[in-house]
Ligand binder design. Structure first.
Ligand code: ADP
Ligand code: MG
Length: 624
């Protein structure tokens, strides 16, 4: 429409659209689930507002919180419509084109390397998937606070917005009209759409309808010659005839029937989903496949991998709630990128089946924000503002229980993973009965989310020991594999008091360290900590199972006493004294005789409370 106000897409959005338009990606189906997911979000929003203000829903059809799909085969239009919150003119401008979300460029980048469009929803740009199947899209929207507007674009770098003076008023909500491309004709087939809704949108909590054709049997007069004529005659006379036929049946059974049945096509709204809340069901009756599908729709993660673990439970007592938690198969692209200024929590909060929010960071501590899931509480009040809810006293209890359950769930990945148990302690029968599906799952978990466990040790003092049990690392004896603190302790030399570790940039670099020479020779095991976060971690993790941690590059390393120690100290007394004097006292704190070295004549160690050399390096790189 030439009259509309024109806007240019933000550059990254424009690039994204180009990629989508030209994509050879074969699974174009995903656009439908993205649109339905947006419709569902919009319905959640208006339902939430209606908790404190009933008026917002309006009356009649407007108050029906539902999603409708309609086809126009002649015009090749597929439309998806919701009675959700709708968008004001300003919303349309911002949300659909001018303000790029943080995920936009990340997604564009990902498309250029791996190209799996399936994850588009996770990046917050799902709407644009409409251009996989359409070359022209109209978005008609009506928000309670504004007039009805049409947004339209042919994905040519620009979009237009006009006040809608020609379509029928839609009441409230949004209707997306897709003008399908020639090669996307399959999306004009009712059955295809039904199949897609069933496949991808099973767990949408609002009814989804399709304007479906229905073959109905209609009785028409059977009098062949005159049938045309009679069909057009008024209905009362044909009714009379039916009656006559019925009445006359007994007396004249041989007389041929005067009506016949023909198929006629009509339309009606057909419901495609049954709106069930999976978390209300008995966990014993929910299949693994259902949990996986639920995870996918909740997390918008439609990759090929199943979640690594889940936990579905009911909490009872003074605070009652139901919850399902999932460990995703992969960490999201930005999990640690913006850890400290990212307040995104991934649990959805419901109160008595009504969706409240997914930005409720009071439910889980930051370090567990990689989990996905939902909480449905019966205890929290429904009709208060989000701010009031955030202050509610039962949140603390909910959070505590969620953390406990989450850690149990992660612990279970360890327990079920045959690679994690001590193979030596097992009989062959036990070994062969290990489920291969669970093998290596904990290593997988660790590679994706290990850093979160470390951050947990730093942040969550109450669960520090539980989290330390989940730590994995390489050591001088781990043989390229990951090992745990419990395994380390089981291998400690008799008489060894402390857990020994060293920090640095890589295992290869550390293996050459003079600090290790003698320790390795004497068969001590030393842990390699090579992640920058490890330095911080070790400031919080003081001990484990009554054993202290000792950085072998720091002062205080005590190996078994050597009878010659005292003798050596005496004979080199003059040398150490001279040396200390030569190096001005602000360069070194002390010069000592030590038994920690082998080939290397001397090393600089850090004092007990000082920063290790590695920490100095990290701090320097941060201030630069
Ligand atoms: P996301 O859903 O992850 O936010 P999308 O690209 O799917 O990303 O949608 C972008 C934005 O457009 C949404 O956040 C929402 O504000 C708006 N939007 C899209 N579809 C609808 C709709 N049916 N009703 C209301 N707002 C919508
Ligand atoms: Mg979306």
């Amino acid at each position: 429409r030439s009259s509309g106000e024109k806007f240019e897409f933000q550059a990254e959005v424009s690039r994204l659209m180009d990629i989508l338009i030209n994509s050879l990606y074969s699974n174009k189906d995903i656009f439908l689930r993205e649109l339905i997911s947006n419709a569902s979000d919009a319905l959640d929003k208006i339902r939430f507002l209606s908790l404190t203000d009933k008026e917002v829903l309006g009356e009649g059809d407007n108050a029906k919180l539902e999603i409708q799909i309609k086809l126009d085969k002649e015009k090749r239009i597929l439309s998806i419509r919701d009675r959700g919150i709708g968008m004001t003119k300003e919303d349309l401008i911002k949300n659909l084109g001018t303000i790029a979300k943080s995920g936009t460029s990340a997604f564009v980048e990902k498309m250029q390397t791996s190209g799996d469009l399936n994850l588009i929803g996770q990046f917050g740009v799902g709407f644009y998937s409409v251009y996989l199947v359409a070359d022209y899209v109209e978005v008609i929207s009506k928000h309670n606070d504004d007039k009805q507007y049409v947004w339209e674009s042919k994905a040519d770098g620009a979009f237009a917005i006009s006040e809608d003076t020609w379509n029928e008023p839609i009441g409230r909500g949004t209707e997306i009209r897709l003008h399908l491309r020639d090669e996307a004709g399959e999306y004009l087939e009712e059955n295809k759409l039904k199949e897609l809704v069933k496949k991808y949108s099973e767990f949408i909590n609002f009814p989804i309808y399709i304007w479906a054709t229905k073959e109905v049997d209609v009785e028409v007069p059977a009098d062949d010659e005159s049938s045309d004529e009679e069909e057009t005659s008024d209905s009362s006379s044909s009714e009379d005839e039916d009656k006559e036929a019925e009445e006359g049946e007994d007396e004249d059974a041989e007389q041929k029937p005067k009506t016949k049945t023909v198929k006629e096509t009509t339309y009606e709204w057909e419901l495609l989903n049954d709106v069930k809340a999976i978390w209300l069901r008995n966990p014993k009756e929910v299949t693994d496949e259902e949990y996986t599908k639920f995870y996918q729709s909740l997390a918008k993660d439609f990759g090929d991998e199943k979640p690594l673990a889940w936990s579905h439970f009911t909490a009872e007592g003074d605070v009652e709630f139901k919850a399902i938690l999932f460990v995703p198969p992969k960490a999201p692209h930005d999990l640690y990128e913006s850890y400290y200024n990212n307040n995104k929590a991934n649990l959805k909060l419901y109160v008595r089946r009504v969706f409240i929010s997914e930005e409720f960071d009071e439910l889980l501590p930051k370090y567990l924000s990689f989990l996905k899931g939902l909480v449905d509480s019966d205890t929290l009040p429904l009709n208060v503002s989000r701010e009031m809810l955030q202050q509610h006293s039962s949140l603390k209890t909910i959070k505590k229980k969620l953390i406990r359950k989450a850690l149990d769930m992660i612990r279970k990945i360890v327990d079920e993973d045959p690679d994690e148990s001590n193979e030596k302690d097992k009989t062959d029968v036990e070994k062969s009965s290990d489920s291969d599906e669970k093998r290596g799952q904990y290593t997988k978990f660790w590679n994706e989310f290990g850093k979160s466990i470390k951050l947990g040790i730093i942040e969550d003092a109450a669960n520090r020991n539980r989290l330390a049990k989940l730590l994995r690392f390489e050591s001088t004896k781990s043989d390229g594999k990951l090992t745990s603190l419990d395994q380390y302790i089981s291998r400690m030399k008799s008489g060894q008091k402390d857990i020994l570790y060293i920090t640095g940039t890589s295992k290869e670099q550390l293996e050459k360290s003079p600090f290790l020479e003698r320790l390795v020779k004497k068969n001590y095991e030393v842990i390699f900590f090579t992640d920058p976060v490890d330095e911080y971690l070790m400031q919080y993790l003081m001990d484990y199972e009554d054993k202290k941690f000792q950085n072998v590059s720091k002062e205080g390393l005590k190996l078994g006493k050597d009878s010659k120690d005292k003798e050596l100290k005496e004979s080199f007394k003059e040398l150490t004294k001279w040396w200390k004097g030569e190096l001005a006292s602000d360069n070194v704190a002390d010069v000592k005789i030590s038994n920690r070295l082998d080939n290397t004549p001397c090393v600089v160690v850090t004092s007990k409370f000082g920063w290790s050399a590695n920490m100095e390096r990290i701090m320097q790189s941060q201030t630069l």
